[in-house]
Design a protein around this ligand. Structure first.
Ligand code: NDP
Length: 325
């Protein structure tokens, strides 16, 4: 079977497509024939070696995949059944989805919800799944479409673009923050009501600023998240899932103690099974057909290293699907 293999030489990560014997796959109860994977921010960090995602080489990257069961020692899965996987450290410390096959633990797999095919599942992928978890975090914070405007940062990215499509389909007014003016029409077509330039949010924020947002989905972190926090309405919620702009958070306690702002962290990797399935069901029900046409670009395994480098340079818009077979 073919796989993208990452090796390390002289401290540099090298990526190449190789023929691999299925016997080399790691331990697990279920072997999956992968048809589609996708390129996420974390994959790009791993493949380019720009982030310390992988500590054991050689490694097959790919933090998500969809396909059919090839063989299973887990009675919950049968040969030919359609499944998907995101997270659990797959593609980080367990060989991942950028390969024709993966061997994994049964409890990591989600049966593909009826109505979703493998290609659509990977247009959504880890990024879209995370966007849904962020929307659920806002809802759990009490945010409704009547609460006011929601702001989405890193809007052109996989998480941001899917968050806009989801929020808009659910009836929310969405403001998108983007560093790329050329993407304005794309973001409006996904459902954003307005697009604000990232440069408007680059100066250091005061502890509290004018109240603007009933909710926020942040994929960027650092000064942008600090600015958004200072602009949150009384009793609002921020779902923070990313660090595309940096891992720091130069903020104060003021938004929390004077405006009752809730900062909810969102992790997709270790999300428990029940919540996973609920999120996938909601993605299927909520995303309009137009999302699948707009959000996905298709590449091959061979193209993955070059596109990972583009993603690190902020030159990729929306989701990148990898056609594995
Ligand atoms: P993408 O690369 O697809 O999107 C990131 C977006 O952030 C870009 O499109 C860009 O949007 C903006 N951006 C890029 N660089 C900068 C910068 N230096 N400063 C400010 N904004 C920037 O990544 P994803 O959408 O897949 O992931 C976004 C973040 O969420 C990543 O940090 C990723 O690791 C994290 N993530 C976390 C998960 C979790 O479980 N917590 C799961 C999935 C992702 P624009 O050009 O429009 O400004």
């Amino acid at each position: 079977m073919r796989a993208l293999l990452l090796e390390q030489h002289d401290g540099k990560t090298l990526a190449s497509v190789r023929d691999i014997s299925p016997e080399q796959l790691p331990a697990g109860e279920v072997t999956v024939d992968i048809s589609w994977s996708s390129l996420n921010y974390k994959d790009a960090l791993a493949i380019t070696g720009k982030g310390k995602i992988i500590r054991q080489f050689p490694m097959v990257p790919g933090i998500d995949f969809a396909g059919t069961i090839h063989s299973s020692e887990d009675p919950r899965f049968h040969i030919g059944q359609s499944v998907l996987l995101t997270g659990w450290g797959v593609g980080e410390n367990h060989w991942g989805g950028l390969a024709e096959q993966a061997r994994v633990h049964g409890e990591w797999l989600v049966p593909l919800p009826a109505g979703l095919d493998a290609r659509k599942a990977m247009i959504i992928g880890t990024a879209g799944f995370t966007a849904m978890l962020c929307v659920m975090a806002l809802e759990e914070g009490g945010v409704t479409p009547e609460s006011g405007e929601i702001v989405v940062t890193g809007a052109s990215g996989g998480v941001g673009s899917t968050a806009i499509a989801l929020l808009s389909a659910l009836g929310y007014q969405v403001a998108a923050i983007s560093g790329r003016e050329a993407n304005n029409d794309y973001l409006l077509s996904l459902g954003a009501k307005r697009v604000l330039p990232r440069s408007d949010f680059s100066d250091a924020s005061r502890p509290l600023e004018k109240q603007l947002w009933a909710g926020a989905i942040d994929t960027v972190g650092d000064t942008l998240l600090a600015k958004v926090l200072a602009q949150m309405n009384y009793n609002s919620t921020v779902a923070a899932c990313g660090l595309a702009g940096g891992y720091k958070l130069p903020t104060t306690v003021m938004p929390f103690i004077l405006r009752n702002v809730r900062l909810q962290g969102v992790d997709s990797v270790m999300t428990p099974q029940l919540r996973r399935r609920a999120a996938w069901d909601r993605l299927l029900k909520t995303l309009p057909e137009s999302y699948y046409q707009q959000a996905g670009r298709e590449i091959t395994l061979e193209q993955a290293p070059a596109v990972a480098a583009e993603l690190m340079e902020n030159q990729v818009t929306g989701r990148t699907l990898v056609k594995v077979r």
